[in-house]
Write a protein that binds this ligand. Structure first.
Ligand SMILES: [Zn+2]
Ligand SMILES: [Zn+2]
Length: 145
């Protein structure tokens, strides 16, 4: 029998989906987990839904709820991916982070392609309003958080 454990989570905001995406449990030894669980209006949490691949944005910790998940959800088979863009406008350099929980191996170019498309494709902008298509720095990493 699977054990249940509590984990922070967010519900997909897209119509017809409403799937629950599990977030990492905050751990003070890992700043990424703290950042994910403490979104603000200026630095919102962006989640690419594990099922529908569409983007939901959460701008405050009140949008995160705690739910029970089976322990299998903690296994290394469901890593969380961080896809990060850095604005290429000179003097800006703001980061835009998109996270996605997935059971599959996501090749870096696929993850970046989907994250950019979900952010608006060629119209995707950094928080300061510069077009991200000018940006050169982008990357994807995954961890079993
Ligand atoms: Zn969804
Ligand atoms: Zn910028």
């Amino acid at each position: 029998m699977a054990c249940l454990f509590d984990s922070p989570s967010v519900r997909c905001k897209q119509k017809g989906c409403e799937v629950v995406n599990r977030l990492p449990v905050p751990n003070h030894l890992d700043q990424e987990t703290i950042r994910i669980n403490a979104p603000t209006a200026s630095e919102p949490l962006r989640i690419l839904c594990k099922d529908c691949w569409r983007l939901s944005t959460y701008s405050g910790p009140q949008e995160i709820s705690t739910q029970p998940f089976p322990d299998i959800a903690l296994s290394g088979e469901t890593p969380i991916y961080l896809i990060e863009f850095v604005c290429g406008e000179s003097g800006c350099g703001l980061p835009i982070r998109v996270y996605k929980r997935d059971t599959r191996v996501l090749p870096e170019n696929v993850a970046i392609y989907h994250a950019r498309a979900a952010l608006g494709g060629l119209d995707a902008k950094c928080p300061a309003g510069h077009f991200l298509s000018k940006g050169r720095d982008q990357g994807c990493s995954s961890s079993n958080l």
